[in-house]
Ligand binder design. Structure first.
Ligand SMILES: Cc1cc2nc3c(=O)[nH]c(=O)nc-3n(C[C@H](O)[C@H](O)[C@H](O)COP(=O)(O)OP(=O)(O)OC[C@H]3O[C@@H](n4cnc5c(N)ncnc54)[C@H](O)[C@@H]3O)c2cc1C
Length: 423
């Protein structure tokens, strides 16, 4: 359910400016400084961690609500915050702090664009396997924003997700405390793996200022095997590829809204000879074609009024696809499904009215025998649709999450209401 918004608190801009001590800028918010429809009062852009910490201490002391912003490409993820008095931009914290190529580790400040990070580590023949779509990279998606949204892309299959690749993070809490986990510790928050906690937290627990990631050697060659056909058949072939000895880097499915057909795309990476032979084997197995570049839909979330993430078991993917088709027919909806054949997919849902959207989400959720075997979480939805939606579904461990929020941000000064359960 949408959390209600409350009026902005009065902002003492001069005191906020003094707290920066010359390391950064502050200004009154303009019409574009909205957080998912919630207007902000001020926008600050600190240029050092010390200034960001002092700013946050001052803002929280004034009773303000602060919302972090990187490139601003995913500010509509999660619920709108209850208020957004201060927008805290991280883009002046854009240093690549360390790249230990021999150790396959990179440490970057939160405001560094992922595109720049990839370019820098790419010079050493390495990559951070995050699979952001090209338009997100071009829009300047930041390291902090990528962690705070916590998505995963096609190569999660072998290389795991960003939450598994993050080795440590430095985070500024609402009271200005600089805390860290993994790597160089300023002050430890005992008992928590802070970096994992921050992944997907949508800025509700602290402001990420720096993170360390594990890198992988970039593989020299890649090929993609594609096969289109009836949805059931394609899902079955996908399971065969996953169970085979082909060691694919990714096995992705794409089913356009309203269609009984789907496409399977298998990515193979490695040395020239290995990729050649394995792609030929994969093509023979699925009856598909070998191409160099992945299809145009690769790593992109499907379009629709509502974007949701679905998880399923390997066999549950077929049930999800079948249910998507049934839900379309029953509710006059369009449900595009795209993602990993091992069960992390994105849905693009469009339906004639809010009740139909809610019914489709409920139906897709019910496709899994239990919440442990499949979930559907709404990532992005316009306010009029979000109002009638249970965006998160059943969530285990909500009390624990609330207690962590309470310890890290007791005054609810960081993007309150954005996360599940009003966190
Ligand atoms: C395979 C793949 C496909 C994707 N496809 C899409 C897509 O189609 N559409 C889409 O919108 N996204 C997509 N993404 C998500 C993409 O990762 C985000 O758009 C992007 O990384 C967010 O970066 P940003 O700097 O623009 O974040 P922002 O939009 O600035 O922030 C996003 C959220 O993170 C919080 N935040 C930002 N910085 C910090 C910080 N330093 N500390 C704490 N909280 C912070 C903000 O408060 C906000 O809640 C995809 C990702 C992957 C891996």
């Amino acid at each position: 359910m949408v959390t209600s918004t409350s009026p902005a608190a009065p902002v003492d801009l001069a005191a906020l400016n003094r707290s920066l001590d010359g390391a950064g800028e502050i200004r009154e918010a303009g019409p574009d400084d909205m957080v998912d429809g919630v207007p902000a009062s001020a926008v600050a852009r600190p240029s050092s961690v010390a200034a960001l910490s002092a700013l946050l201490r001052e803002a929280t002391g004034q009773g303000l609500v602060t919302v972090a912003r990187g490139a601003g490409t995913a500010m509509s993820w999660g619920n709108p915050p209850e208020r957004a008095d201060l927008l805290l931009e991280t883009t002046a914290l854009d240093r690549l702090v360390e790249h230990e190529a021999g150790d396959l580790v990179v440490v970057a400040q939160a405001g560094l664009a992922m595109r720049d990070l990839q370019e820098r580590v790419g010079r050493a023949g390495q990559e951070l396997v995050a699979d952001l779509p090209p338009e997100r990279l071009a829009a300047g998606s930041t390291v902090g924003g990528a962690l705070a949204t916590g998505p995963s892309g096609p190569r999660r299959l072998q290389r795991l997700a960003l939450r598994d690749l993050v080795l440590g993070a430095t985070v500024v809490l609402a009271d200005g405390t600089v805390t860290a986990s993994g790597g160089k510790v300023v002050k430890n928050v005992a008992g928590y793996d802070l970096a994992k906690l921050m992944t997907g937290s949508l800025g509700t627990l602290g402001v990420i200022v720096q993170a360390a990631f594990r890198l992988h050697p970039a593989r020299p060659e890649r090929a993609t095997v594609t096969r289109a056909g009836p949805t059931e058949e394609v899902a079955r072939l996908a399971r065969q590829v996953v169970a085979s000895q082909l060691a694919p880097a990714a096995v992705e499915l794409d089913r356009a809204a309203g269609s009984d057909q789907a496409t399977l795309a298998v990515l193979l990476e490695g040395t020239h000879d290995a990729v050649r032979s394995r792609s030929a084997e994969a093509a023979a197995l699925v009856g598909g074609e070998v191409g160099e570049a992945p299809p145009s839909w690769w790593a992109r979330m499907p379009g629709g009024d509502v974007t949701a993430k679905a998880t399923a078991t390997l066999t549950g993917v077929s049930d999800l696809l079948r249910t998507a088709r049934a839900a379309e027919q029953e509710h006059g909806a369009a449900v595009a499904v795209r993602g990993s054949a091992v069960g992390v997919l994105h849905l693009g849902i469009t339906a004639p009215d809010p009740a139909a959207v809610a019914a489709v989400v409920g139906r897709l959720r019910a496709a899994a025998p239990s919440a442990r075997e499949g979930t559907v979480t709404v990532l992005v939805a316009p306010p009029e649709l979000r109002a009638g939606l249970d965006a998160w579904g059943p969530v285990a461990g909500l009390d624990l999450m609330r207690s962590i929020k309470n310890q890290l941000d007791p005054g609810r000064n960081l993007a309150p209401g954005r996360f599940v359960g009003g966190i």
